[in-house]
Design a protein around this ligand. Structure first.
Ligand SMILES: [Ca+2]
Length: 440
């Protein structure tokens, strides 16, 4: 080999080395996605929080963010160590090799840190003595700040954004209400080792020495690159005061933007077509599209939603929903005077009594979430004979029930949206409301 050839080969190697180095800095598989805008839904409080508090959406957003943000209010009792956390309404698993997390936040009092908690690919919130958390320093003047967390290389992927939290470690004797705000969470992750079909991380292996073998995670946490969800936000898809609507939520981890079409077909209880609508969709990171459903008469309906996206993904969702006339509000005395009751064991977050309540069975006031036994007064005989197909047994004269007047026995009257409905309330996730209140 001549000296010239050697020099050319060396230059080529330098050039290639540079190109490889650049590629390593920004591979095509590296994506940056907005995982939460806090424009639609507030993260609910974690039920095990030691301090009382609440979360809600607020309009006091960061200067470089839009819509709304998450406001967290915590009421510390001042009687020792307490903490409060809010968790994503749905699990937020980051597919691939998570590189960085960026958030906007604002805190009123530096003694109460704003902490982002993670769970690793082995389901742990702590690795040895080290907690998997990030607590960036807030702005000294109490203004909005933007902070980026470079995820340590030795954390086991895939990572999950578990919760946002604060505690009173530095002020345990202070009885105080503390507020902080979070907005626009962004994630940078490398999808090179994520399976394009399932999102599962190909490099994942189970923990060779789990602390508790019985609780050890046996499979790689699921992290689909495309998540599609249709939801009415109503228990058993029963609407009464709410205008019928379905929310389509899309989360896209794939590079770039996906576009496509969603087609909704509504049929009545006898499968007779009522309505067909088509809407374009586009999702770069995550989007929620609220789609009103044409269902003017009271009764049972069938919905088929077809989604087709530019990456070839297709999803079909079929659901049954019902529209019922809004029930009459009863006084406490009327409820207590009822000889009827319903016992429900283990109602949980989505008590099965809700659709019955909408059909006119009314719960006495003061019933709390998670209560094991609920007593319901069956006062409204109008709805007691409700049968599939939307037919109502109107055994009581209409004048005793003003809202039922003129409705007819077959529920044929066309009705507009029920009273007291706020358009902003549409499209909620089941069991998750815009404002969450816990504790005293
Ligand atoms: Ca926002």
């Amino acid at each position: 080999m001549t000296a010239l050839r050697c020099a050319v080969a060396a230059m080529a190697m330098i050039f290639l080395g540079g190109a490889v180095g650049e590629a390593a800095e920004a591979p095509a598989t590296l994506v940056r996605k907005t995982v939460e805008t806090f424009d639609e839904v507030a993260w609910p409080p974690e039920v095990w929080s030691r301090a009382a508090g609440a979360t809600r959406l607020s309009a006091e957003v960061a200067p470089d963010a839009g819509g709304k943000c998450l406001e967290v209010e915590v009421r510390f009792a001042g009687k020792g160590f307490e903490w409060f956390a809010a968790m994503p309404a749905e699990p937020l698993v980051i597919p691939g090799d998570a590189k960085a997390v960026t958030m906007r936040f604002r805190a009123e009092d530096k003694r109460y840190p704003v902490i982002l908690n993670f769970r690793d690919g082995w389901g742990r919130t702590q690795a040895g003595p080290k907690k998997l958390e990030w607590a960036p320093p807030p702005d000294a003047g109490g203004k909005w700040a933007t902070a980026t967390f470079r995820v340590p290389e030795d954390w086991v992927r895939p990572l999950t954004l578990a919760s946002i939290a604060t505690h009173n470690w530095s002020a345990q004797a202070d009885a105080r209400t503390v507020r902080f705000w979070i907005d626009h969470l962004e994630v940078e992750t490398d999808l090179r080792d994520a399976d394009p079909e399932t999102g599962l991380l190909r490099t994942w292996k189970p923990d060779p020495q789990p602390a508790d073998p019985a609780k050890a995670v046996k499979q790689c946490p699921k992290a689909p690159l495309l998540a599609v969800e249709f939801s009415t936000g109503q228990v058993s898809n029963v609407f009464s005061r709410e205008p019928p609507a379905v929310a389509l939520r899309l989360r896209n981890w794939k590079p770039g933007t996906l576009t496509g079409t969603v087609t909704l077909r509504v049929a009545d209880g006898d499968d007779k077509p009522i309505d067909r609508q088509e809407r374009p969709v586009s999702v770069e990171s995550a989007v929620q599209i609220n789609l009103p459903l044409k269902a003017e008469r009271f009764g049972l309906y069938r919905l088929q939603a077809d989604l087709a996206l530019s990456d070839g993904a297709k999803r079909v969702e079929k659901m049954t929903f019902a529209r019922l006339p809004p029930g009459r509000d009863l006084s406490e005395a009327e409820k207590q005077a009822s000889p009827y009751g319903v016992n429900v064991n283990g109602g949980g977050d989505r008590p099965p009594v809700v659709p019955f309540r909408k059909a006119g069975r009314v719960a006495p006031a003061g019933q709390g979430r998670g209560q094991e036994v609920r007593r319901l007064a069956l006062v409204s005989r109008h709805h007691a004979a409700l049968r599939p197909g939307g037919r109502q047994g109107a055994s009581v004269p209409d004048e005793e029930h003003p809202r039922a007047a003129g409705q007819g026995r077959q529920g044929r009257r066309t009705a507009g949206p029920g009273p007291g409905v706020d358009a902003r309330d549409r499209g909620h996730r089941p069991g998750v409301s815009r404002d969450h209140a816990l504790g005293a």
